[in-house]
Design a protein around this ligand. Sequence first.
Ligand SMILES: [Fe+2]
Length: 703
Amino acid sequence: MNNLKSQLLTPSLNSLTLEDKRQELKTYFNHTWETYESLFGLINHDDAYYLKPEPLRHPLIFYFGHTATFYINKLMLGKFIDKRINTKLEAICAVGVDEMSWDDLDATHYNWPSVNDVRDYRRQVSQLVNNLIDSMDIALPIAKNSLAWIILMGCEHERIHLETSSVIMRMLPLSFLTLNEQWKTCDSDVSVEANSLLPLTSQTVILGKPSTDDTFGWDNEYGHQTHHLNAFKASKYLVSNSEFMTFVKAGGYENKQYWTEEGENWLAYSKASMPRFWIVKKDIYYQRNLLNEIPLPLSWPAEVNYLEAKAFCHWKSELTGLHIHLPSEAQWHVLRGDTKQQAHIESANINLSKYASSCPVNRYAQGDFYDVSGNVWQWSESVIDGFDGFKVHPLYDDFSTPTFDGKHNIILGGSWISTGNEIIKSSRYAFRRHFTQHAGFRYVENISAEPPIETLNPYEMDDNVTQYLENHYAKPLVEFTGKPFYEALVDLIKESLEKLEIKTDKLLDLGCKVGRASFELSNVFSQIDAVDFSAAPIKHAVNLQQGKEVRYTQKSEGELISFTKVTPLPESLLSNDNLIFSQGDPSNLKPKYSNYNVVLAQNVLEESYDAQLFLTDIYHRINQDGLLIIVTDYHFEAKQPNSSTWIGGKKIKGENVTGFEGLSERLLKQYNLISQNDLIQVFSVDFRHYNLNKYHVTVWQKK
Ligand SMILES: [Fe+2]
């Protein structure tokens, strides 16, 4: 591929003299830019820029403009420039890069710019960045908040889109693309021995790179994570078209037992019966490459999404009786070993150094295995997450965190068109499991039926749930409230217990949310059942109980969000085995929830779809002389728009009845009112805005 051959490696952050570093960055920027334009130069008709060969993604005109726009947006954000070049184009090409879901069809009409306008725009951006590189201050090592880092970020971002754009171009009609000597498809298909499993010893793998690492990294690469791996075996080759064909011919796509539920849904949506780039014409199989269509090269890697690869592994497990899985991220690192980057590239179909396509799976050996890096990406079992110590880059805070949702699996090793950061050992890229890339897989045999995958600890992003985490665990603004809310509530409960000499065998914490009150009372009661209507907050309570870290996003200012975590609870609050969190309906509890000394009902009156029913039912679950403690702000309309189930806060028979009056009316026949107090809870809406709730806490003793 002549001048595209041997793509430059991503620059070191700390070598050379300052002036040589400036030149190196300039060369890297321009080389990246030209390679991207060379790819788009394969398109021979402007109409092709506006087609949507992948209906779930933008047309190519977006991507042509997007990588240039990225520089301007980041430079503006970092205040390295103060003027935009083309406000309209920069708005259109800024975001919305990747489909978020295969069932998330976007019919929005875009008024796309002309190809010439984008070419013109790209020229202006290139000139601006070149000028910036010429005049900027450089200090070594290149720091994350520096202009040089933003330039590198723009380069690596463009190299990602070099790859993803080539995948979309692979879906364009061939008539829109011109063959090109610099983008040459491999022309060899050979015979390959049957794939085999090679053994690897048990070992400890530490993933993640230090902040002092010598190359540019995306936020998700930094930090550390330790894995103790059992011995396992891994396939010598990537799964070839030939090997995958046995699965297809065995009815793999028709047999639902091999597919996960997500896989089945995808099959129903896509109607797939073979890999995306296979074509059948008159019973003969072909493969679509970037620039040509050829008889299916049986020795080349099968290119599939995770769901297809996973189905193959299920089928293979059944066929062999072995525990066949996709490798975990850590297992791939065992295969990858410590070979230096340059040596690894030389013996791999990667970095655009060999072909503009895949090639036979037995061509490039790296140790005992073939294609550990290169040829096509390899799907893993690992769902992406941040390592310990993860921090977002302030100028690109949505690069990784939207993928920390349990729905994005890591792909490893890079493909023939992967360059720059994509091909360094520590890089981490993840896509949705149904996503089409130049990606295939190899498989491993594990000792266990479950693959050794890392536990996911995603950021909670649901506003409702993050609000609970904030309410329960954030540092309270005590300067306005005196005693923090939960401290005050727990003190009040303890005082009531003492004063009334209530037994402390059993507590029911209804509306427990993320668990703070239960944890605080876990040393007081012998048994606590903590129940909430929704599973989403309980999940976090359980994680905290298990000593895990709980992380969540929080609005900080405008569109900006911050990433925060709950400090692990003190051991003294976690030692009680008799605290059990469960999901349940406060108005329709299972019979087992009975014989309580105390029932604490937090926000149940206003959140329950039938507060009357709740009050009727709960009476039978409290022991004689036991307490019902109700925490409420009587804000019924927030959760229950229909007032028929409200206990007050409305006119009844023409009379105003407050929530407390309605509650008293209901309870005084069966309980004595022991105390009533107002407790203030202050919680943040964002960094500078707070809400203040005055909760009414009433303590009732069963007659
Ligand atoms: Fe992008």
